[in-house]
Design a protein around this ligand. Structure first.
Ligand SMILES: [Zn+2]
Length: 135
């Protein structure tokens, strides 16, 4: 048996083999994380509980809310202080199937104005398109 043969079979390891061994040792050293039950956490007073099944349309969401709490914000257009209530959030996310990352940004009157503006813009666009196609 030659020295080279001994070395190559038993002592010499590839970089990949060495990396695998190091990672295994490291994994053995780190204790497994204790899992904790998020459902066991206390729910704030006045919170509206979320229905996880009704939120299943959020396919890419990592976290889905367990409950909704009132959310304070200022209207983007008029700056009025507003509260987006937990109940309204539940309606938006679960019944209207709104995206879980979407939040209220306008007060009710400004939202109506914005809806009207969008409707008007859409009509203008479509009538312009129709006029163009007639030519
Ligand atoms: Zn407003």
């Amino acid at each position: 048996m030659s020295g080279f043969y001994f070395k190559s079979r038993d002592v010499m390891k590839s970089g990949k083999q060495r990396r695998v061994e190091i990672m295994e040792k490291r994994r053995a050293r780190i204790p497994a994380k204790e899992s904790f039950d998020v459902y066991a956490l206390p729910v704030p007073a006045g919170a509206v509980l979320a229905d996880q099944d009704a939120l299943s349309h959020n396919k890419n969401a990592i976290f889905l809310p367990l409950f909704y709490v009132d959310y304070a914000f200022n209207c983007r257009d008029c700056g009025a202080a507003q509260i987006w209530t937990g109940k309204q959030q539940k309606w938006w996310h679960e019944i209207m199937q709104g995206n879980i990352n979407s939040v209220a940004i306008r007060c009710r009157p400004c939202r109506k104005i914005e809806q009207q503006r969008k409707k008007q813009a859409r009509e203008t666009h479509l009538s312009g398109l129709a006029a163009k196609q007639k030519q």
